[in-house]
Ligand binder design. Sequence first.
Ligand code: FES
Length: 314
Amino acid sequence: MSQIVPVCVTRIQQITPMIREFSFEAVDQKLLPFSSGSHVVVQVPLQDRIIRNAYSLLNDPYDQHHYQIAVRLQEQSRGGSKFMHEQVKVEDQLNISAPLNLFSLNSQAKHHVFIAGGIGITPFLSHMKYLLHAGGSFELHYACRHGLNNAYEDLLIQLFADRVSIYSERTQQRLNIQQLLEQQDLNSHVYICGPDRLISTVVTTADQLGWSAKRVHWEAFSSPIPGAPFDVHLSESQRRIHVPSDYSLLEALEKEGIQVPNLCRGGVCGQCSTRYSQGEVEHLDHYLTHQEQQHFLMPCVSRAQQGHCLHLEL
Ligand code: FES
């Protein structure tokens, strides 16, 4: 992580049974400005180590006196989201990174079409608040489960009214992606944040309808999920490193003092790309092409297939 910013937790709100919102304010320095779509990496101090998870900033970028994030309690968690939900209290101090934007608005777009699934709503909250100031044209399509992960549903309707369509058990509406994309003109850009299946459906549909890839933007931070333990062999330093089930490969390397460049720690930015020469990989990233995955992996999220030792060119 680049710059470490100490922040104080000033407010915690339970938004849905599985989503908590946290507000952070500066401790000893002014918070850095951010643009809509930015994220911060939060250092979650577990008893035996620090986990670093990326979360989108959801507040208005014009409101720079605090940062707000929302954390979904993950069923398959290494402990980060559970700690945020159960241990973090108001007035606690946490360390976070400076904001970084990997999901910015395209300045050429005349109209922005946002598609969110569940907790994927968070970057769009910031985008839409920004666009209200900037006067940009947008619409939001939000698929969620009523009473579970329908975060900010009432607020969205209150703030953005008919620019918002909700797809849930409550509304009995289903998102028709093909129809939605067919209605758009050539100056519209589409942005997706949510589960992998939603992203790949929109990306594939846009491709089939002849959309240029430059008009399709998505973000999917996935905190690394626990998996079977495995070993890696480092060919340059001739070392063997064990990756426990609740560590990502990146964390195991860092624990051994091996630094790999990283920004998102969630398989989307491409910074940690590492060449490997042997072993079967469970890739889990959203960055590499299928062809690139034959030679490279993303240690922030990728693991070895069961029973394989990976040979990394480190
Ligand atoms: S740190 Fe961004 S892809 Fe690994």
